[in-house]
Design a protein around this ligand. Structure first.
Ligand SMILES: Cc1cc2nc3c(=O)[nH]c(=O)nc-3n(C[C@H](O)[C@H](O)[C@H](O)COP(=O)(O)O)c2cc1C
Length: 322
């Protein structure tokens, strides 16, 4: 798959997740076969007004490449300013615009999934983004605002006409949030109307989910978000299948502690213990789903873990009792 001038070595893409897809997470996931990763969403105003914490999200590395930085915004003046700054300070391959975020705080400013509700504004905004950006621009959208206003075909066409080089669709509406099932059937035939790559997102938790999503949509790539948290091997299974047609066996849980430790250490290295531990409390339990005593492990990691040393003590307990 090719996105503008960026050639991808595969079609499994790591979806953007606020609070998860930090540089440490992306670096950890990469060796499992990620063809392209996306950053957490980054506020254009945070960049344009020089907020130091926002700049932390722009960190990338060689291992991380190719990587897309995802911005959200609604006022093209701010977004254009942010893009110019990002171009000066960050090393990245693709610029992504978030057109799918359903969170009220974002939508009320006209950003995220509010933008595709106003087709004329969307056309103008994305046209300008593409003009300003020196990197290929991609966009991430949902099916539409609600079941009665599904406009994904129209929005995708406008994005393509604006010069966007790939589109990822989370197959839910904004109003759905994360409820219900991703409905791949709603983008059946979309691929055939586009000349740029289509990436399907939503509820890909197993290899069979990935196969079904591509069979139904003919998408060029699959985006893995929640399904990869704590289960990086899912990326390997999917990537291997699409390259060879062969289904790799399940890996089991033998490597879970090793993976969790590796990720935790690199997040602490990136952010320091004080910032990393709260993030790890949400992410680490996923590495142990399916373990005997999972509920206890989750509780210990989510509530008792205050330091890396606590984490190691919890892991030792798992090893002894596991
Ligand atoms: C915790 C979390 C944070 C997310 N943050 C973002 C984000 O910053 N930008 C974005 O475009 N999508 C975001 N998403 C949506 C995911 O990229 C993805 O489209 C969605 O979760 C459906 O895919 P999944 O079922 O594989 O998780 C987020 C999802 C989750 C669960």
């Amino acid at each position: 798959m090719r996105i503008g001038d960026v050639e991808l070595n595969g079609n499994v893409i790591l979806g953007p997740m606020a609070g998860v897809t930090s540089l440490a997470y992306r670096e950890f996931m990469k060796p499992f076969g990620v063809a392209l990763s996306y950053s957490e969403m980054i506020s254009d105003c945070g960049i344009a007004y020089g907020n130091q914490r926002t700049f932390e999200y722009l960190k990338t590395s060689k291992i991380d490449s190719p990587v897309g930085l995802q911005l959200f915004g609604s006022d093209i003046k701010n977004t254009a300013k942010a893009i110019e700054i990002v171009q000066n300070v960050a090393k990245y391959d693709i610029l992504d615009i978030n057109l799918g975020c359903p969170v009220h705080k974002v939508v009320k400013t006209g950003a995220g999934s509010a933008l595709p509700r106003d087709i004329a504004k969307l056309r103008e905004y994305m046209g300008e983004v593409v003009k300003v950006s020196q990197k290929p621009v991609t966009a991430k959208i949902r099916l539409g605002w609600d079941q009665s206003s599904i406009n994904v075909f129209e929005v995708a066409k406008i994005l393509e006409e604006a010069g966007v080089k790939a589109i990822a669709v989370h197959c839910r509406t904004t109003v759905q949030g994360y409820a219900g099932q991703a409905d791949y059937s709603k983008i059946k035939g979309l691929k055939e109307t586009l000349s740029i790559p289509l990436i399907v997102s939503g509820d890909i938790f197993t290899l069979d989910d990935a196969i079904r999503s591509v069979n139904e949509t003919h998408a060029d790539g699959v985006m893995i978000a929640r399904g990869g948290i704590g289960n990086p091997y899912l990326i390997t299974q999917i990537g291997h299948y699409f390259k060879t047609g062969e289904k790799l066996p399940e890996q089991g849980t033998d490597k879970s502690i090793e993976y969790a430790r590796q990720f935790a250490r690199s997040l602490v290295e990136l952010k320091g213990e004080a910032h990393a531990i709260p993030e790890l409390r949400g992410i680490l339990p996923h590495f142990f789903s399916g373990f005997p005593g999972y509920k206890k492990i989750r509780l210990a990691l989510a509530t008792n873990m205050k330091t890396l040393q606590d984490m190691e003590a919890i892991f030792t307990g798992i090893e002894i009792h596991g």
